[in-house]
Design a protein around this ligand. Structure first.
Ligand SMILES: Cc1ncc(COP(=O)(O)O)c(C=O)c1O
Length: 361
């Protein structure tokens, strides 16, 4: 019988992605379903990225530039960090995996929170490590509680900031306190997939903190605000002592040429980025008002999605919303069985979610 290399792999539960629109329409024989389930950009891809993508197609007979030279130079200038502090991945998911493969010692542990991004679990478990989780406090990462789980076995700490699925943030002051009190051989990964949506002034300037804390890593992605989730490109920013090892472990051509071209163009598409973040701010205000009117509890968010509570179980409401052609994300897998997570959509999509909830309630 074929067995995986480690017993932890046998007990892995595969990641359940948001339901695709086509699948729902096929299953229910409906049309014009909307998806507010995977925190994607509701406007589609950045138009500049689209044009660059089309131009780049002529070169796909060649292998991509494994160093992402041109993109790295542009990003380095945009972020004001040296080029050798940046490492690209097939989505920021790949950097999470690379960090674990590179820095999680056999038999050692990683620390994170309950009700956070499920990929940390998958990756750590697949690598034969153990992920220890502190409870959330007010739907927010509780850094002192994370600290109390750190032992001599800990190699990595994962902090999703803003957190997915709660949308809450840890603030710069708390983060600095946490970093100061942590042994310097433990890597702290700030997973900032939604950084561009955060408006709270206390949101940590992690790239600045990198000069003070060499054990810090910041992860960002082109999947959310830039609208390129389908192309799979994200990056990590860390000191060269860290990126050097990641570059040794990663596949030489882990980011496609078309993704590099599109990401470089998206980076400069300021009108698109402004439109996206403005839509998000307005969409959140609309959704908050809608939830309040319907008497539903919600968690104020710094991201492009919002967690809200439904009476009598999230799964039931998830199914009822599907029948209305609205796909959101049930939260049972995140230990929040009475909650649903909805991505901020276009104004008419947000209105449709509120309308559907009103009908169901
Ligand atoms: C917290 C968090 N980190 C990372 C990712 C992964 O993004 P990607 O691999 O598309 O860059 C996501 C995507 O949903 C996320 O929510």
């Amino acid at each position: 019988m074929i067995k995986p290399a480690r017993k932890e792999i046998e007990s892995l539960t595969p990641y359940v992605p948001g339901k695709p629109i086509e699948e729902l329409e096929r299953e229910l024989g409906i049309r014009k379903a909307i998806k507010l389930a995977s925190n994607e950009n509701p406007f589609g891809p950045s138009p500049r990225a689209r044009r660059a993508l089309a131009r780049s197609l002529a070169g796909i007979n060649r292998y991509p530039d494994g160093s992402c030279f041109i993109l790295k130079r542009a990003l380095s200038a945009a972020l004001r960090v040296p080029e050798d502090w940046i490492v690209f991945g097939n989505g920021s998911n790949e950097i999470i995996e690379l960090l674990v493969r590179t820095f999680l010692k056999p038999g050692s542990e990683a620390v994170t929170s309950e009700s956070t991004f499920l990929v940390y679990d998958l990756v750590v478990q697949a690598a034969g490590g153990k992920l220890r989780k502190a409870p959330l406090k007010n739907f927010t990462y509780d850094l002192p509680a994370l600290r109390s789980l750190v032992t001599r076995k800990t190699s990595l700490v994962f902090i999703a900031n803003p957190n997915n699925p709660t949308g809450t943030i840890v603030r710069e002051q708390e983060l600095v306190r946490f970093l100061r009190g942590l042994p310097k051989n433990i890597l702290v990964v700030m997973d900032e997939a939604y950084a561009e949506f955060a408006t709270d002034r206390a949101y940590p300037r992690s790239l600045k903190l990198l000069s003070r804390f060499p054990n810090l890593v910041a992860l960002r992605t082109f999947s959310k605000v830039y609208g390129l989730a389908g192309l799979r490109i994200g990056y990590g920013v860390a000191r060269p002592e860290v990126t050097d090892f990641l570059n040794r472990v990663r596949q030489p051509f882990n980011v496609s040429s078309v993704a590099q071209a599109a990401a470089g163009a998206a980076l400069t598409d300021t009108p698109f980025l402004k439109k996206t973040t403005a839509n998000n701010r307005r969409g959140l205000q609309f959704l908050y008002r809608g939830f309040k009117r319907l008497g539903l509890r919600y968690v104020p968010t710094q991201a492009n999605f919002v967690l809200f509570e439904v009476p009598g179980g999230g799964d039931k409401y998830y199914q009822l919303l599907l029948r209305e052609g609205v796909i959101v994300r049930p939260m049972g897998g995140y230990r929040l069985p009475d909650w649903l997570r909805a991505t901020v959509g276009l104004p008419r999509e947000n209105a449709r979610l509120i309308q559907a909830l009103k009908k169901i309630l």
